[in-house]
Write a protein that binds this ligand. Sequence first.
Ligand SMILES: *[C@@H]1O[C@H](CO)[C@@H](O)[C@H](O)[C@H]1NC(C)=O
Ligand SMILES: *[C@@H]1O[C@H](CO)[C@@H](O)[C@H](O)[C@H]1NC(C)=O
Ligand SMILES: *[C@@H]1O[C@H](CO)[C@@H](O)[C@H](O)[C@H]1NC(C)=O
Ligand SMILES: *[C@@H]1O[C@H](CO)[C@@H](O)[C@H](O)[C@H]1NC(C)=O
Ligand SMILES: *[C@@H]1O[C@H](CO)[C@@H](O)[C@H](O)[C@H]1NC(C)=O
Ligand SMILES: *[C@@H]1O[C@H](CO)[C@@H](O)[C@H](O)[C@H]1NC(C)=O
Length: 462
Amino acid sequence: MCMPSHLCRYHRRIMLICSPCFVLIPMYIYVSLAVTYTMKHGTSMFSHLPLLPTRFIATGLNFSKDLAPRPEKVFWRTELDSGAVWNFIQHIEDRRNNPILKPALIGASVNHSSIPNDTERSLWRSSGSCSTDNEILNIMPDYETFSTQMKDFVMSMHCRDYPMILGPRDVCDHGPHAKTRAPMLLLAIKSQSANFENREAIRQTWGRSGRVKGWEKEGGRVRRVFLLGTAKDSHTENKLKFESKIFGDIIQWNFTDTFFNLTLKDVLFWEWFSRRCPHARFIFKGDDDVFVRTPAILDYLQGEEEKTGTTTKRSTQSNMKQFVVGDVIRNAAPLRGKETKYYVPKSFYEGLYPTYPGGGGVVYSGSLAHKLFEVSQRVHLFPIDDVYLGMCLERLGVLPINHPAFLTFGFPEDEPKDPCAIHTILLVHKRSPTDMFQLWTETSTPSPECRNTTLRVKPRVP
Ligand SMILES: *[C@@H]1O[C@H](CO)[C@@H](O)[C@H](O)[C@H]1NC(C)=O
Ligand SMILES: *[C@@H]1O[C@H](CO)[C@@H](O)[C@H](O)[C@H]1NC(C)=O
Ligand SMILES: *[C@@H]1O[C@H](CO)[C@@H](O)[C@H](O)[C@H]1NC(C)=O
Ligand SMILES: *[C@@H]1O[C@H](CO)[C@@H](O)[C@H](O)[C@H]1NC(C)=O
Ligand SMILES: *[C@@H]1O[C@H](CO)[C@@H](O)[C@H](O)[C@H]1NC(C)=O
Ligand SMILES: *[C@@H]1O[C@H](CO)[C@@H](O)[C@H](O)[C@H]1NC(C)=O
């Protein structure tokens, strides 16, 4: 009720003109207060961020209003939101090896009760002793629910010091010619004692040792080793010893050859490579049930070397320090179905897998293999070998190159049949020993209409 009426009108006008003022006035006061406060104290009252000691501050710099603001968030993870065992123990390892945190800041603002003491740490040393330890069970309450292979894996995952039982001969030269006579391509093929036929087919087809000519380029020296663990059957084992005597291309380590132990082959191979064959320019690492067009791989690699400016003639060291190529898999998640052989429980690993090249066949440079050997000392074993390679690459900051000619899952099913298709690939999975002979003949002497076929560049759209 307004009385008298002129006052009432006046009041209404104020209301009309000045209603924004009611909002703006407190804001104005707040801002001026804040500015005054900031000028006085050198820090903003809006920011309640404590000075976290884990943030990296370059020595010599002090926090002050004259400097650019620090990032809101640390750029590595100091806390771990996952309780999964692998993530947990690797987190400790990563922090320990963080070049910025190291050495003083380790553990600075991390929940201390989640940091193992030295005793616990020594249990998790990547290259610790191989005696069985049951202490891991303390941090894995649901161990009993694991599959047998997962149980076996966790009980031995701290161990990677398995001695070599069979070693290869004359794969790489030692002494004065070690560099000049180093292989251009070293084939490292994962096999199992019983797969004698696969090895035999590979030896006679795509895995031939010696000088291999490319189709377009000069090619180079190719050498081959098979990577094996041990089998229970002593008859097979004896045959393998015999085979090794004849061909000298077997590396066997004394660990049980199971699916979840395949990662050991990578790690132990990197070690062997770094010691015994350090000058090889490239490595093909793959399974014994793939078919590889070795001459085409040589062409491809020489093409890449030319692109990066490495002279191919008489060159012993490639410039391609971070080169790794294959069928690259991104954003893969662990399989949680207990029936698959890839099953990894949530309590063991959480999160997506890093980007990795499929394990059926991958090619990387010798220089990268040395780096992989080093970094693998700081990455806990993981039950799936190609994912493990991805984990190592991630820590080296190396991104694998995807090449559609690596068909680690075979030809796309929806692809129209093309008689020349085999000439467009570098590798195809999965092929029997009989297939290998047939494909080798076919690719070594292409029919006239396929002679000009080039490598596939993109997945073909049907
Ligand atoms: C940084 O600040 C600390 C504490 O305010 C002071 O002791 C130190 O001398 C300062 N360092 C530099 C380089 O200004
Ligand atoms: C620290 O970690 C332990 C075990 O992981 C947990 O029980 C505890 O609540 C954590 N404390 C804090 C302050 O986050
Ligand atoms: C480290 O932790 C283990 C297991 O939690 C414990 O048994 C041991 O006493 C601890 N050692 C030290 C030095 O705190
Ligand atoms: C391999 O290791 C087992 C123990 O795991 C041992 O009994 C065996 O003697 C070893 N074999 C060789 C040839 O070293
Ligand atoms: C791997 O090999 C070791 C040594 O033979 C064995 O103790 C362990 O159980 C094997 N791991 C798996 C997952 O089979
Ligand atoms: C293949 O290429 C060569 C030269 O590049 C050409 O002369 C020949 O006709 C081609 N053959 C076919 C079957 O396309």
